[in-house]
Design a binder for this molecule. Sequence first.
Ligand SMILES: C[S@@+](CC[C@H](N)C(=O)[O-])C[C@H]1O[C@@H](n2cnc3c(N)ncnc32)[C@H](O)[C@@H]1O
Length: 296
Amino acid sequence: MKHDISPAWPAGVPSKDLAMSRDYDETIADHYRKVAEQEGLSPTSTMADEIVRAMETDAITRFLDAAHAAKTGASSGTFRIADIGCGNGYTLGVLAQRNPEREFTGIEFSNELRALAETRVREDKLANVAIRPGDVRDPNFADNEHFDAAYCQRVLINLMDAADQRHALDNMIAKVKPGGALLFIEAFSSALNNLNEAREEFDLEPIPAAHHNLYLEDDFFTHPLLAPFESAAWSVPPNLLSTHYYVSRVLAPVLRRPKPFKRNSHLAKFLSEALPPAIGDYSQLRIFAFRKSDEG
Ligand SMILES: C[S@@+](CC[C@H](N)C(=O)[O-])C[C@H]1O[C@@H](n2cnc3c(N)ncnc32)[C@H](O)[C@@H]1O
C-alpha cells in the first residue's frame, strides 16, 4: 500500500503562501503542534475525556459495520474507509486492527500529528492503513480517491470561517462514492448553550467554546446530497453523549463542591454508566450519520 508522506504544510513555507491559507491557520497549527508534543500517540490526544473518546470509538465502529453490511448487500470488493482529520491515528489503529480486511486512509493536515499517525502505522504494522496529507478546504484533497465510507471527529469546527466549513462539507461528500456513508462528530453552539443554562441553575460558570473552534449551527448538515443513514444495525442518536455531558459538566462539579473540577472522575464515570445515554441535549458534540445520494 502506498504511503504518501509529502507534507501538506511544507516546512519553512509560511501558511499565508499556500492556496488554502486563512488568518486562523496559525492558531490551528500551533494548537495541534502542542497537542502532538504533549500527547504523542495517546488516546487522550485531542480528547481528554476518556468516556467521550470511548463512546466516539464505539459509535464509529458500529457505523462502519452498518455501512459495510449495507454495501455487502449491494456489491462486493474491498471496503474503503477515510478517516478525515485522523490526528495521531488512534481511531484508525483501533478500527484497522479490528477489521484487517477493510482498507483505511487517514488524511491529516497537521505535519506533527500526521507524523505520529505514520509512526503508529509503522510500529503496529498496520498493513491496511495509508496516511496522507490533505486539507479538507481543497476540493482535490485525497487526490482521486473515493471511499465507501468516511468519518470525521471534530474536524469541521477547526475551520474558523462558516464558508470554509460549508466548502469542506461539499469536498468531503465528493470523496464518498454515490450511495456511500458519512459520519460526522461535530460541535454545535445551541447544545453548548443548553449545557451552560443547566450549569447556570447551579451558579457554575459558562464553558466557552474552545479558542481554536467555530461551532456549527443546527441546520449545518442540511445538504441536497445527504439523507439520514438508515439501517437496522444503526441506532446511535445525535445526542448520544448528552447524559455524559450533563453528568460530568453539571452534576459532578456540583456534587464535588468545594473541590475543583476533576476530569475523568470516578463520580462522572459511575453516573454516566449508571444512567441511560442520550438524555436531553447537553453535549455540544453531536453525532450524525448520512447516506450519500446515488446521484451525487
Ligand atoms: C479534534 S482533532 C481530531 C483528530 C482525530 N480524529 C482524533 O479523534 O483524535 C481534529 C483534526 O482535524 C485536523 N484538521 C484541522 N484542520 C484540517 C484541515 N483543514 N484539513 C484536514 N484536517 C484538518 C487537525 O489537524 C486534527 O488532527
